[in-house]
Design a protein around this ligand. Structure first.
Ligand code: UD1
Length: 377
């Protein structure tokens, strides 16, 4: 420790639904810690009550200090708007660090803005790689990590990827999974909602489906195949499907009908979704976070993708890659029926990642030597 006694100002940036549950546990700790002044910026990438407002309340996140209101757009428009609106705030606030989470466009835009102003960037969930650059999130991950000074990883593959890319070990800390901090904190209340009964089911009698990735929902042929396969699955196991806004728009544009057995609903609130997932027989998803949450809940997960940036959910957890063709999905569904995966909870996915993130931040900002090495490499 340097003996520094003035607090460090950190601007934390979030913008889209999966950011909120990763940031909430850490932001709450930062706000109670006298050594830090934490400001919150919401970019407005997600803006609907169901995609944003309700999450802030359910996760106990305070009203943001700044709301950028960027809304939707092409990747270029959205990223550029965030940079344009965030830059004057960072110049005015002059924080000693900017903290970004996950892999959405808001993450990339905020990291670039800060790095260009020579403000150290802290990246939560650093180092994950799908090795598939056609995914917008992969570009966001690679570029965000390249301009970050302190990289906090959720699983060992993140550390390995960063080391292979030449990031010095001093900049990397394995802290575990902040999203799991939120999951475990909300699980008892989520179970108490008795979500299966709301849909007329008993626990274990239904599956859950989420689907929103552009690679799946923006290609009509692929979307049709996925729905054909899920229609077969639903004959045996009804699937509750909270429909993401982008998916709803695509389905309407393409005139695709939902197969029988798919029970569509609006996007759910966070405790509602957790409550539903926790009692499901199986989950089909193309989300990143859901692969991790099902692993901790011990619920089999069939991922509607050909790769994952979260390999620990396959190596240790309940996840299986099901691909996106009708054949591959039905083959993996049969594999699941014959041999459902049990898995185990990965190390450091224990609900205490926020404590370890705090320790890493204290070390970085209050230990001269580490910060000097980290900031100027
Ligand atoms: C974004 C993230 C993705 C993440 C997902 C979680 C990027 C590149 N993608 O994808 O990694 O898994 O969030 O949801 O950052 N829309 C609304 N209301 C909203 C927000 C969006 O109706 O509050 C609709 C709009 O039609 C918009 C579309 O959803 O055009 C897509 O939103 P966008 O933020 O561009 O990306 P997501 O698909 O949500």
């Amino acid at each position: 420790m340097t003996g520094r006694n003035i607090p460090v100002k950190l601007v934390c940036v979030a913008g889209a639904r999966p950011n909120f549950m990763k940031l909430a546990p850490l932001f709450r700790l930062l706000r109670t810690h006298p050594q830090f002044i934490a400001k919150l910026v919401h970019t407005g990438q997600h803006y609907d009550e169901q995609m944003s407002g309700a999450f802030f309340r359910d996760l106990d996140l305070p009203e943001p200090d700044y709301y950028l209101g960027v809304g939707s757009g092409t990747h270029g428009q959205q990223t550029a708007e965030i940079i344009r609106r965030l830059e004057p705030i960072l110049m005015e606030e002059a924080p000693e660090g900017v903290l970004v989470v996950g892999d959405v466009n808001s993450t990339l835009a905020a990291a670039l803005t800060a790095a260009k102003l020579n403000i150290p960037v802290v990246h939560i969930e650093a180092g994950l790689r799908s090795f598939d650059r056609s995914m917008p999130e992969e570009i966001n991950r690679v570029v965000t990590d390249a301009v970050s000074s302190l990289l906090l990883a959720s699983e060992p593959s993140g550390v390995e990827n960063l080391r292979r890319e030449g990031v010095p070990a001093e900049r990397i800390r394995l802290i575990g999974n902040l999203m799991i901090d939120s999951l475990l904190a909300h699980l008892p209340a989520a179970r108490a909602l008795n979500m299966p009964a709301r849909f007329g089911f008993s626990p274990g009698q239904y599956g859950v489906l989420t689907l929103h990735r552009p690679a799946n929902v923006d290609q009509p042929a692929r979307l049709k195949e996925i729905f054909e396969a899920l229609g077969e699955v639903a004959k045996r196991c009804p699937l509750i499907f909270p429909v993401h806004p982008r998916t709803r728009v695509r389905l309407a544009e393409l005139g695709i009908c939902f197969p029988d057995g798919l029970i569509c609903t609006e996007p759910l609130r966070y405790p509602e979704f957790v409550g539903l997932m926790a009692e499901a027989a199986v989950v089909f998803t193309d989300s990143g976070g859901v692969q991790e949450e099902t692993t901790v809940l011990g619920i089999p997960c069939l991922t509607l993708r050909n790769n994952t940036e979260r390999p620990i959910t396959i190596e240790q957890g309940t996840n299986r890659l099901a691909g996106t063709s009708k054949d591959s999905i039905l083959t993996v569904w049969q594999l699941h029926l014959d041999n459902p995966k049990r898995g185990r909870v990965p190390e450091l996915w224990d609900g205490k990642a926020a404590d370890r993130a705090m320790a890493a931040l204290e070390e970085f900002f209050f230990h001269n030597e580490v910060q000097r090495v980290c900031s100027h490499q």
